[in-house]
Design a protein around this ligand. Structure first.
Ligand code: NI
Length: 137
């Protein structure tokens, strides 16, 4: 493979056993791919710390019968329109709504947005998947 560098790694037996178990649980086909992902994960965290930019998918589930909650979610999203790229709303069933908010920008702002939505009474679950803006990798 062009552009690929091979290198040897010395590692304690106990640690590699744990790592192999981790690899199996995460469904990696080999150690190389798992190591590449761990390196990327750390570089992405470095990127957040360095330039403060992040891309993020925030997923929330809530009961839309709680009208006050629906209004509050709307108010928060308007307050953070500078980092929100899109919002997708899915009616999960008679009671529950799923919202997928795509955000990009300052990591602290994006975290604030996720935290504000997450802490609202009536939000059943909120999960924020932060990732790279893609520019540094
Ligand atoms: Ni709905």
């Amino acid at each position: 493979m062009p552009g690929v560098v091979r290198f040897g790694v010395s590692i304690e037996e106990g640690l590699i056993k744990k790592f192999d178990k981790y690899i199996e649980q995460k469904n990696y086909s080999n150690r190389s791919e798992a190591i590449r992902d761990l390196i990327r994960k750390n570089l992405i965290e470095e990127e957040w710390a360095k330039n403060g930019k992040v891309a993020c998918g925030i997923v929330i589930v809530y009961d839309h019968h709680k009208r006050e909650l629906v209004n509050k979610l709307m108010d928060i999203q308007h307050d953070y329109s500078e980092v929100i790229i899109s919002t997708q709303h899915v009616h999960l069933d008679h009671d529950n709504c799923l919202e997928i908010v795509a955000a990009k920008g300052n990591v602290k702002k994006v975290e604030q947005l996720a935290n504000k939505m997450s802490s609202l009474k009536g939000v059943k679950h909120c999960s924020a998947a932060k990732t790279t803006s893609g520019l540094e990798l």
